[in-house]
Design a protein around this ligand. Structure first.
Ligand code: GLY
Length: 373
């Protein structure tokens, strides 16, 4: 089957599944599915970093189908998330994940002033986390105030597009200055010579010195947590798309080359590229995010690299479709074998953001994507 036909066949399965899923979960804030039923993070867990992804799924489906149910659910979620926007304990480096697929997506479609306001408030808060001496955006909040004031994480590369969006909308260059300063620091302090990445880097928040790197959600210090790798791959690609700075493209290629060299024959991605031999922990979130990054990167490079990155994305997407996708419309969640972190007990979760990035990747192939980042 031709690639486009194959992607269109998957898109039909996604539409059928998400229509039923939306009917069952219209008023929920879904995160993980257990026994085919989404849990609901409405209420106390409204600040959780993944809560924007249901909105992303709904807006991508609305863009592709025009079905009102998807829009209604996305709009309801966006309003619920105001509780997080008004709570300093919820506001952290992940504002891009929360408000780009919700408020900013809505603004791009409808021009809504309220949605613009949410995106702008979130961007201002993200910019306010910048440590001017260390030139990084601080991760997480104050449950351990003293230690964490100097922590930054590779995931933050995927939140920078919120700053690029605010810069484009307001024509105020501060947002780009901050995003680029953070990306430059990440390039030096997180990306290793071989293209693998640290998850957490601890800086001295008083003078910006690098103190140490931590294994974070990966297997061990110096390991290669695949979701962190995928955030770097897609994140540097996006920084290049927004700024046209060659160094970000070079970094994205370095991370992508390392990623491609690590893909197992099965096309299924481990939780950590350096996990012990024989360990079978997998993470479909990392595979789906990296597929999106590779598909975008393939459009920005020349010669053999185009095919190399594009084909690697297709290999992973086919593996997910054939071996990890649940197409039963009566069950919530598409991709199995998702992992929150290497040292967690469960490595066979269904997680909302794996499905979001899988859908985004398929939409890139069918030409139906609402570009969110
Ligand atoms: N941003 C947190 C994670 O990727 O788990």
């Amino acid at each position: 089957m031709q690639e486009k036909q194959w992607a269109e066949a998957i898109a039909e399965k996604i539409k059928a599944k998400e229509l039923k899923t939306a009917e069952r979960n219209l008023h929920k804030v879904p995160y993980c599915a257990f026994d085919g039923v989404y849990e609901d993070l409405t209420g106390e867990r409204i600040g959780w970093w993944t809560n924007g992804f249901w909105g992303g799924v709904m807006w991508q489906l609305y863009q592709a189908t025009g079905e009102q149910i998807f829009r209604d659910s996305a709009e309801e979620l966006e309003v619920k998330m105001d509780a997080a926007l008004m709570n300093s304990r919820c506001m952290d480096h992940d504002s891009g994940f929360r408000w780009l697929p919700t408020a900013v997506a809505n603004y791009k479609i409808s021009g809504s002033e309220e949605s613009f306001n949410r995106g702008r408030v979130a961007a201002d808060n993200l910019a306010g986390r910048f440590n001017i001496v260390g030139r990084f955006i601080r991760a997480w909040n104050e449950d351990d105030h003293q230690t964490r004031a100097g922590w930054a994480i590779i995931d933050c590369m995927m939140n920078l597009p919120l700053l690029y969006w605010a810069g484009d909308e307001t024509k105020d260059p501060r947002y780009y200055h901050i995003a680029k300063a953070h990306a430059d620091t990440a390039m030096k302090a997180f990306v290793r010579e071989d293209g693998s990445c640290n998850h957490i880097v601890c800086f001295d928040p008083e003078n910006g010195d690098v103190l140490e790197s931590l294994g974070g959600q990966g297997s061990h210090v110096g390991s290669s947590w695949t979701r962190g790798q995928s955030w770097a791959l897609y994140g540097f690609t996006l920084s290049y798309m927004h700024t046209k700075e060659q160094r970000y493209l070079d970094t994205a290629k370095k991370v992508a080359d390392y990623w491609v060299s690590c893909i197992p024959e099965s096309g299924l991605i481990p939780v950590d590229f350096r996990q012990a031999e024989g360990c079978d922990f997998e993470d479909s979130t990392a595979a789906a995010i990296a597929a999106c990054g590779l598909l975008e990167l393939a459009k920005l490079v020349n010669g053999d690299d185009q095919e190399k990155y594009h084909n690697a994305a297709i290999q992973m997407l086919k593996a997910m479709d054939e071996k990890r996708a649940d197409w039963d419309v009566e069950r919530d969640g598409i991709l199995s074998h998702c992992s929150a972190a290497f040292h967690d007990k469960n490595h066979d979760l269904y997680m909302m953001y794996a499905d979001y990035y899988f859908i985004e990747a398929i939409w890139k192939l069918t030409g139906k994507e609402l570009f969110i980042w």
